[in-house]
Structure formats: C-alpha cells, structure tokens
Design a protein around this ligand. Structure first.
Ligand code: 9MR
Length: 365
C-alpha cells in the first residue's frame, strides 16, 4: 500500500513525527539502548515502512538496529500460486534499504502453515516436499545468505490441540515428512545460508495457564530432540504476543528460559505486542496504555535477565499499523506498541527503554 492511514496522517501533520521522540536530536534509539547490553532491538517492517520516500523511514531508522519483513518473505508472498516463479522484488527493496542504513535483517519465515502459495495446503507426500518445499527453502535462504543474519526457519510447529502425541501441529509440512520436517528444514537452511543463526519461532509460551504449559512441554521436547540429533539450530524465537487477560507467573517463565539455556540455545523476543482491548472496561486510554506497558515490562524484566536473550523485536512500531486491530470490532483500539497513531512514544516505549537501560550485560552463547 502506498497510501494508507499513516501516510495520510503524516501528510496532514506536515511535519512527520514532529511530536515523536525523534523530534529531539538527543533521543537515544531503542536499538542503541539495546546494543549497550550486546542485544538488538527491531521491528517488523513492510516495504513501505522502509522506503526512502515514505513518511516512516525516520522512525524505523532511528529506533531499530534490526528489521524483520512482516510478511513479504513468506512463501505465499513470494509465490502466490504453487509452481509460479518467485517474485523477489519487494524483498530485494527491503534488503537494499537495510544495507543502506546498516540494519541487520531477521528473515521471517521459511516454513509456516499460513500465507502459503495457493495449492500448497494440499501437499502431502515426501515427493511434494522434494519438488516444492526443499527448493523453496534453498532458493530463499540462498538468495539472502549474506543479507540475513537470523532466520525463523520454522514458525509455529507446536499445537497440542491437534492431539498428536508429539504435541506438534498437523500442517501440510507434517503430512509430507512427519515430525522430521523440522530437522530437514533446518539442514536445508544451514546448507544454503551457512552463517545465518537459525531459529524455531512460536507463541504462547509465557503464561501460567495449563494450555501454555502444554505448549512449553511440546516445545522443550522438540528442541531436545533437535539438539540431541545435532540439527543446526541456534535459537528459540518467542513471539510474545502478550495478553493482559492471562496470568503471568515469573517463576514459571524463568524456569522455561532456564530450560532453553540448558539446551545451549539462544533466545529472542520476536513479535512483541500487547492485547488489552477486549477487557478494557471503562479505563481511560492513558490507563490502558500504562497497563499494556506494565504487561510488557513484566515479561521483559524476566527475559532480559537471561544471558541467552539476543534481542527484542516488536511487531510494528505504531498502533495504527498493528495486526491486533484487524481481529474484530472489540479489538479495534488496541494500544500495544511503542508508538501511538500519531507517532508519539507510548509508555510501552518507556518500558522497553528502561528495561534495556537496567539489564545485565549479555554474554552471547
Ligand atoms: O502481521 C502479519 C500480517 O501483516 C500478515 O498479513 C500475516 C500473514 O502473512 O502475518 C502477520 O504476522 C504473523 C506472523 O507472521 C506470525 N505470528 C503471528 C503474526 C500475526 O498474525
């Protein structure tokens, strides 16, 4: 989209981000604050967010040391219909913009059961894997082998509600190769992009609820198998789509992070935002923003205590661009990102900045 609500707002204001943190030359970006403890801070981006001509580039440049294409590197974005030649133009534009501004790029995601090429949902045999999936991984990881420092190789592999004993999601990839598809995807990615850090990425691993405990169990079992089999995996990406309706217990989250550390893996927060709209009640907007910031702050404080935590990525920078707002009428005014609709910093930005400022120095694994 070249003309959306954000560009309209910025155009009307005349001075993009005049009231934002970047109006002040003294503002230290979150990327710089995170770097002080050897970590990165980044955001999901679209091609338009990082275009030279767009109104948002200053914010994405000033705040981030890392960018993650929010959808343009997904299989279905590159190949709308199975069998077509991939169209890399959008990705190449993001890669060029990142190189120009010295941003590192996380790749997202080589394998995901959503945003597939039309027709891929019917793939079900090992021959399908060899014909379609393996060449996709090899081509994309290989094309960007020098541009992408970290890949989400497999996204959302765990789904206890699919009722498999291994607690893994029954996706087309699972249908093609069984549980071994994960190892196979990592081996292909490592061959094509030997210097990239390779991640398994997933959500709902942080709260005390039983259904999240089952997900942690499934994830730990899968990671344990991969590490024991010497599969080239480096890290676990925790999406951290947080939700103020759920119960956070610091000890449970800390224990989980320790278990990942014991496996010798790196951790990252890869898609941070906060859902707080559905039970917002009659709280004022200001109260709601504080609540979202407090929620993120709780999780960040524990996560940043871990020497294995490599960095934090938010799923967008400003609320008007949040995917949370497209999830139904009662979600339309979620306030879960570091900037509001008018590009003013929110309390959630303060939470990130203060946690980065007070964290222990990381010892990279
Ligand atoms: O925010 C992303 C949205 O713009 C895309 O249309 C969508 C489909 O590609 O994916 C969204 O990002 C998802 C991410 O890739 C995986 N975790 C959940 C995110 C929100 O749905």
């Amino acid at each position: 989209m070249s003309f959306n609500r954000r560009s309209l707002l910025a155009a009307c204001a005349g001075l993009p981000f005049a009231t934002s943190a970047f109006a002040s030359a003294r503002q230290v970006g979150l990327g710089e604050l995170a770097a002080r403890s050897g970590r990165y801070f980044g955001s999901a981006v679209t091609r338009d967010d990082v275009s030279d001509a767009g109104p948002h580039i200053r914010l994405f440049d000033g705040e981030c040391s890392v960018w993650v294409p929010s959808w343009q590197m997904k299989w279905g974005a590159l190949v709308p219909t199975l069998g077509e030649t991939p169209d890399y133009r959008n990705c190449d534009t993001i890669v060029a913009s990142a190189a120009k501004r010295d941003k590192r790029l996380r790749g997202h995601a080589l394998i995901w059961h959503e945003h597939l090429p039309a027709g891929a949902e019917r793939l079900s045999t090992a021959a399908d894997w060899r014909r379609f999936v393996a060449p996709h991984i090899t081509a994309v990881a290989g094309r960007y082998r020098d541009a992408i420092f970290e890949w989400d190789v497999v996204n959302e592999a765990i789904e206890p509600y699919d009722d498999g004993a291994d607690l893994m999601r029954r996706s087309p990839f699972y249908a093609m190769l069984g549980p071994d598809y994960v190892a196979e995807a990592f081996r292909l990615a490592a061959e094509a992009a030997p210097s990239a850090r390779l991640y398994l990425n997933d959500d709902h691993l942080y709260y005390a609820e039983d259904w999240q405990e089952r997900r942690r169990t499934g994830m730990l079992r899968l990671l344990d198998r991969l590490v024991k089999a010497k599969v080239p995996i480096h890290g676990l990406g925790m999406q951290c789509h947080l939700d103020t309706r759920l119960r956070f217990d610091e000890r449970i989250f800390r224990r989980f992070l320790g278990q990942i550390e014991d496996l010798g893996l790196t951790l990252s927060i890869t898609e941070l935002d906060v859902t707080e709209a559905p039970n917002a009640g009659d709280r004022s907007m200001a109260q709601r923003r504080l609540r979202a910031a407090a929620e993120a702050g709780k999780v960040l404080s524990v996560a940043l205590d871990s020497p294995a935590l490599a960095g934090v990525v938010t799923w967008g920078l400003s609320d008007d661009d949040s995917w949370l707002r497209n999830r139904g009428a009662d979600m339309a005014d979620n306030q879960g990102l570091p900037y509001d609709d008018a590009y003013r910093p929110t309390p959630l930005r303060d939470a990130l900045a203060s946690r980065f400022a007070s964290t222990r120095t990381r010892h990279p694994t």
